[in-house]
Every structure is written in C-alpha cells, then in structure tokens.
Design a protein around this ligand. Structure first.
Ligand code: SAH
Length: 223
C-alpha cells in the first residue's frame, strides 16, 4: 500500500502508464524486489524533475536538478533500494544526498523513518516543499555535511549515500547499527557500488558492480 498523498501531484493515466513501463524495464534490467518495484510505481517521479524534463522523467537516465546535481536514474534508485532492503525493510534509514528527494520518497514507502541530509541549501528548500506536498510524514530533512552523519538519531538500520565517496566516512560506520547495512558508490574516477554489513564481529564489504554517481563534496553550501 502506498504511503503517498498524490492528490496534489497532477498525475493522470498517462504518467501511470509511463510508470508501469518503467517498472517493466526495471524488471528486465534484473530488479526483483517487489517491495521496491511497488514503491517506485507509487512515487510520481515526474514531479521531482524540472518541468522542462518532465517528459523524460521515466527514461532510464540521470537528469539535471540544478546546482550541478542530478536525479539518480531509475535503475540506480531501484538497485540501491534493493541492496538496502536485502529482503526486509529497515526501520530507521539515513540518506546522504537528498537532492530532489526522489530516492528519499521511495525509501519512505517501505522504511519506518527516513532521515536525509543535503549540503546544498536551496536544493533542500525545494525538496522540503515537494515532500511536504506528497504528505510523506516519516521523512526528516537536514541541511548539513553528510560525512558527519546524524549522531543524535543514530544508530541507523540502514545508511545510503547517493553521491560517491572516495573513502567510507568513519562517522557513518559508527552510526550503523549492528545488523545494519550501508549502500554506497565508492571511488573517484572508477566507482563501484558497495554494500557494508555491520555484525558483532565487525564490518564486511561486498563490491556489487560498477557505478557512476556525482562525487560527494565536503562542507555545506548556502547560496
Ligand atoms: N538521490 C538524489 C541524488 C542527488 S545527487 C536524487 O535522486 O535527487 C547527490 C546529492 O548529494 C546532491 O544533491 C549533492 O548536493 C549531495 N551531496 C554531495 N555531497 C554531500 C555531502 N557531503 N553531504 C550531503 N549531501 C551531499
């Protein structure tokens, strides 16, 4: 069942059909988690992109969202969500890099609570409005440098980075609950999607596949 209020979002049958085609393409690309596919068929992706790109919102591409950033492609969002869930929905999730909030809204469909940190202030302002309009009330947004994590709300069952880190930020590892998992694109020129699991013995890292994300940038940006 969807947690969205899409009264406001102006979707008609056209975008519902387009979204259904996106889901079929994701299946063909190897996404199998029905919970993730259900979440992505519920969230109206076109309202997360600028109006001039709305007709390409469901294509399998990353699109510009201003401030030099991009909305992650549907495949990236699906793959990361699937890796994060690994068969069961996390309670408390921390996302680094809210961007336009699309991945955040997808996470909010199956996680109990989503905390999301974004370094670019004006981007976050728009995202806050958009998510409020969708009446997703299990999301908390924060304007901060994500490498610090969010110690006051830690530990997290899952942590997801939507920008590539050269190294795993140590504070994020500390804020990952035992039994929790982190999904991140790691590397500089060459990036790989990695999963880090935290168990009583320590941390284990699995490299999943090649990735292409914008790099993480330190500090915050106001205007
Ligand atoms: N999931 C987002 C991805 C946006 S791209 C979407 O689909 O829209 C990555 C985002 O990470 C950008 O918005 C960028 O500003 C943000 N980011 C980069 N470095 C960061 C940092 N140190 N802390 C918080 N956010 C960061």
């Amino acid at each position: 069942m969807s947690r969205l209020n899409i009264r406001h979002s102006g979707i008609g049958m056209t975008s519902q059909r387009t979204r259904a085609r996106m889901i079929e393409r994701l299946r063909a690309q190897g996404i199998v988690d029905e919970v993730v596919l259900g979440a992505m068929s519920a969230v109206p992706r076109h309202i997360f992109v600028e109006e001039i790109f709305a007709n390409r919102a469901y294509d399998d591409v990353a699109l510009p969202i201003n401030f030099g950033q991009t909305i992650s492609s549907p495949f990236s969002v699906a793959r990361m969500s699937e890796l994060l869930r690994a068969g069961s929905s996390p309670g408390k999730v921390l996302e680094i890099g809210s961007g336009c909030g699309y991945q955040t809204a997808v996470l909010a469909q199956f996680a109990r609570e989503v905390y999301s940190i974004e370094r670019v202030g004006p981007l976050l302002t728009r995202t806050r409005t958009r998510l409020r309009e969708l009446r997703l009330n299990n999301i908390r947004l924060k304007h901060a440098d994500g490498v610090m994590g969010l110690s006051e709300s830690a530990p997290f069952d899952a942590i997801i980075l939507t920008a590539a880190a050269a190294h795993v930020p140590p504070l994020l590892l500390e804020q990952l609950a035992i039994g929790g998992r982190m999904v991140l694109p790691k590397g500089n020129k060459e990036q790989f999607l990695c999963v880090i699991e935290h168990n009583a013995q320590g941390y284990t890292e699995t490299i999943v596949e090649k990735a292409k994300f914008v790099p993480m940038v330190p500090g915050i940006w106001k205007r």
